[in-house]
Design a protein around this ligand. Sequence first.
Ligand code: ADP
Ligand code: MG
Length: 305
Amino acid sequence: MTQDAIRIAGLKKTYDGGKDALKGIDLTVPAGSVFGLLGPNGAGKSTLINILAGLVTKTAGSVEIWGWDQDQNPRQSRAAIGVMPQELNLDPFFTPRGALEVQAGLYGVPKAQRRSAEILEMVGLSDKAEAYARTLSGGMRRRLLLAKALVHTPQVLVLDEPTAGVDIELRQMLWANVRKLNRERGMTIILTTHYLEEAEEMCDEIAIINHGALVARDSTKNLLGQLDAKTMVILPEQTPESLPETPGIAIERREDGTLAFSYNAKETTAESVLGAVHAAGIRIRDVRTEQADLQDVFLSLTKSA
Ligand code: ADP
Ligand code: MG
């Protein structure tokens, strides 16, 4: 099957007050994939997801979910997607079971087809089925939000920063659930995160947005291949007056007196960086290396774009 789960064209969002949160996004998400939407805070990830979810109205552009145009077939497109939002917005007076029943009602799931008990079991909330939401811990609320996104058995499941600020145990449970839904039910998963490691581990394909624009879209493998940026941080014996100029190595003085040598590990070896340091007559008092993080990735992508 080569169907697209999501097809977005020319998507723009300007909030009241004039903030251009999305500046014309074109994006397709293949059916059956685990797709990562990455970007720094304020990039527009939640805006995009909330438009998919029908929670935010777009300013321009088109959105198709599972082949259904959001404007022409709002009911079908809404039925095809389940969203676990970033905000922990739950009615404090509902129990998990009650919240799932209400959600099922909203989506028109007939009583005979409801699977509240099964879903609560899956997210590990069976023993809290009758507890008031306001007595649930943050982690339990997050699991309940996942459960709510699943009541109508959507083809596409969207998770907005599901693991921001959650403990390791919950993170692992969430990822185990997500993998299972993808592998066993073929559910398409879209998730946002600003943890590159997490995206690397979970996602088949990745899109990166920055300031409301798409800056990269590729398979995780290809994208990470481009991102072999490394930095060697050297504390010199003496602050050098001038810095060497070496192709493929960007050198920066830091406020703490160290020198940061940034290079692409695919093109430049650590040894040649050290060679350049020695050739410049810089004597090393201390040295450490830094891996590129997502912030560096954004910087390199936005610079080269
Ligand atoms: P992300 O999820 O990537 O952190 P958001 O989509 O939440 O980014 O936000 C994108 C931009 O839009 C930010 O500058 C944010 O301040 C702004 N924004 C988000 N929601 C609103 C809103 N309801 N009204 C006005 N501006 C908003
Ligand atoms: Mg967000």
